[in-house]
Write a protein that binds this ligand. Structure first.
Ligand code: MIC
Ligand code: SF4
Length: 656
């Protein structure tokens, strides 16, 4: 047996299958989290399951993404989420209380528990020794209803940490280094587990930065042991009773081991426009910058902001730099307000944004054309800032702040020589400021039944998929390349407010590929749908990276897309496609990718038969006069979902 921490926790939660890497398993979910941008749909789907009250130990609904409130849509969602939470026995963290992952770490996370979240950065909880996994909203809704979560039993990559950070080196540099080794491709079905003497040098927020951005590796999750550091963090949050010590066995067997000596790390950056385009800061220093933002669920903890404020004491940022700070939670903001460091940040020229995702999801603060923006975030996919052709670099708070002062990308280690500045030592507080007054507690059963759920007119219950045809008459609507993210498929930013209105949001599917004066993807897809022709999207490697947004399946489904044909498909997106009855097919021979073109008519004569029985499917390109094979990597459950026409239809059938 493996005896890794990952397998220990999985074993305690296993409800279906066997713990054998690569095999399908089902696990019990103790906690769930949802956020507004995915949560509104998740709760609409949860309602349609007819379960009533959640059946987890704890479920929390956060409002942190859509808070710009241009038009009534966002507030409609907020009111719906607050009332449906009250009705369903769910905690509700109100807008302004902070980013789901930061608040969950502070107030709810628990070593050894399983957490399923409708957000890809849910693995942040791994910093506390949880198995915390991101998934589509429908899977989270099913878990809220007491259902198991189904996944591929993972391989475990062990990362052995030794040494300790040199001055100005940060936990962000650990995950950036790992991204340079593992990249964002090819890690599907793995968990990253940290161990070794270096672990105890890291605080929980530092560990959480690493597990958070582990999402960019495309792994199922990342996890740290639970130890004395975990205990003191939980005690400082007034939650010492949630603690239990947890670690892998001495003789744990990892599928692969990567050794990282913290003492040898240097400040790094993810350069435009992929989180794995890594360079040491020493190589890119001197580039002029015009914007710096400290925030996001990766790097906006109390320690991160304290470090920034300590460095800025008595200084101002460069006059050419717009500088913003988005505190990860209200706890962080209140503590900085109380200890006076907020005043330091303001004096230094910081624009204080509210506690939420904000610029990380293109909700304001888009950079000017052609300028460099430096952010402490986790994603820099092209255009995600809201500016086409953006130049977004991802760095640690240490590097961000040094650069903000100097007006150019700066190796923070050179501050000593330039400004005589040593890296401030920021200690975790013995007691965090605890004020949960913006978290609505679940109502008792007799009261929750009386709550009226408010559904504003911009909230539209999503359509269920139509059953798949026995033979698919399809058309390639779009051929795209490698690393297509769910941001490419369903844009966020100013379109985010349409999340709870699929007919409207669908108009923007693949918006970044639409060309002026040409029919949009949505128009082409709907025209084919009306003629009974199924849409097919062709992609390269790692199709569907990034966000967990199930709208990247739900909206194409609405437009009549029935299959995705790619070289490889990422975990969460693949599950979302299956849940909404879009068949994920991989090229059996990757060279066939070059033979398929946009506009090709593709026929899949034995579609249902193949889903039922086979691992491959025959695809005929009539115009090209050739046929080729697609691969179906599907569990028995995946097949049942597809044959039923999606997860909800399967659940309805099972309920009959
Ligand atoms: C993101 O970082 O891309 C998001 C926005 O948090 C998404 C969720 C969403 O699209 O609503 C994620 O990471 O899953
Ligand atoms: Fe919010 Fe950004 Fe974190 Fe996503 S990555 S949850 S948008 S802060």
């Amino acid at each position: 047996m493996h005896r890794t921490l990952t397998y220990k926790i999985l074993a305690q939660h296993l409800v279906e299958g066997q713990l054998e890497a690569g095999k399908p398993i089902g696990i019990r979910i103790d906690q769930t989290l949802t956020q507004d941008a995915t949560g509104t749909t998740a709760f609409l789907l949860f309602e349609s399951m007819g379960v009533g009250r959640v059946r987890t130990d704890l479920s929390v609904s956060y409002v942190d993404h859509n808070m710009s409130q241009f038009g009534p849509e966002n507030h409609n969602d907020h009111l719906y989420l607050q009332t449906i939470a009250a009705r369903s026995g769910v905690y509700h963290s109100r807008p302004g209380n902070g980013i789901c992952h930061q608040v969950h770490l502070e107030r709810f996370g628990k070593p050894g528990a399983t957490l399923l979240g409708s957000d890809s950065h849910t693995p942040t909880g791994g910093g506390l020794g949880m198995i915390a996994i991101g998934a589509g909203g429908l899977d989270v809704a099913a878990a809220m209803g007491g259902g198991a979560f189904y996944l591929t039993c993972p391989k475990v990559i062990g990362v052995e940490l030794t040494g300790k950070f040199g001055e100005w080196v940060a936990s962000k540099d650990v995950i950036l280094k790992l991204l340079s080794i593992l990249t964002t491709k090819g890690n599907v079905g793995c968990v990253v587990e940290y161990f070794g003497a270096g672990v105890e040098t890291l605080t929980v927020p530092q560990r959480a930065t690493i597990t958070n951005m582990g999402a960019e590796l495309g792994v199922t999750t990342s996890i740290f042991p639970s130890d004395e550091k975990t205990k003191s963090f939980l005690e400082a949050q007034g939650r010492g009773d949630a603690y239990q010590p947890l670690q892998a066995a001495m003789n744990a067997q990892y599928d692969r081991v990567i050794k990282l000596n913290l003492s040898e790390l240097e400040p790094m950056a993810a350069c435009p426009s992929s989180p794995d385009n890594i360079q040491p800061i020493a190589e890119i220093k001197g580039r002029r910058i015009h914007q710096v933002v400290i925030g996001s669920c990766t790097n906006s903890s109390f320690s991160d902001l304290m470090l920034a404020a300590e460095v800025l004491k008595g200084r101002t940022v460069d006059a050419g730099v717009e500088f913003a700070v988005a505190p990860g939670s209200r706890q962080v903001l209140q503590m900085l307000a109380k200890n006076g460091m907020l005043a330091v940040l303001i004096a230094a020229g910081a624009r204080i944004l509210e506690s939420g995702c904000g610029p990380c999801i293109g909700q304001g603060f888009s950079p000017a054309d052609g300028v460099v923006t430096l952010r402490t975030f986790n994603r820099n996919f092209a255009g995600r800032t809201g500016t086409k052709g953006d130049q977004c670099y991802l760095v640690s708070p240490e590097t961000a702040i040094a650069s903000a002062i100097m007006g150019e990308i700066t190796d923070p280690r050179t501050l000593k020589q330039m400004l005589g500045l040593s890296c401030p030592v920021v200690k975790l507080p013995k007691e965090f400021l605890i004020d949960d007054s913006m978290i609505d507690k679940p109502l008792p059963r007799d009261e929750s039944g009386k709550v009226t759920v408010v559904r504003g007119p911009t909230i539209v219950v999503p359509e269920s998929p139509k059953p798949l045809p026995a033979e698919l008459d399809g058309r390639v609507l779009l051929k795209c390349g490698d690393k297509i993210t769910t941001d490419h498929i369903m844009p966020a930013g100013s379109f985010l407010k349409y999340r709870s209105n699929v007919p409207v949001y669908s108009k923007y599917v693949f918006n970044c590929f639409n060309e002026e004066g040409q029919p949009t993807f949505a128009e082409r897809a709907l025209a084919h749908k009306q003629q009974g022709v199924g849409g097919i999207v062709v992609g390269g490697e790692s199709y569907g990276q990034g966000s967990s947004r199930e709208h990247a399946a739900l909206c194409p489904m609405y437009l009549g897309v029935r299959a995705v044909l790619a070289k490889s498909i990422e975990r969460i997106h693949k599950a979302n496609l299956i849940n909404f009855a879009i068949v994920p097919v991989e090229f059996d021979n990757p060279d066939d990718y070059d033979r398929v073109h946009a506009g090709d008519a593709l026929r899949i004569p034995e579609l249902l038969e193949s889903i039922r029985l086979l691992d491959t499917v025959r695809i005929i390109n009539d115009a090209g006069g050739y046929e080729f094979n697609g691969r179906l990597t599907l569990s028995t459950r995946d097949r049942a979902i597809l044959l039923a026409g999606g997860l909800l239809n399967l659940a309805k059938k099972a309920g009959k």
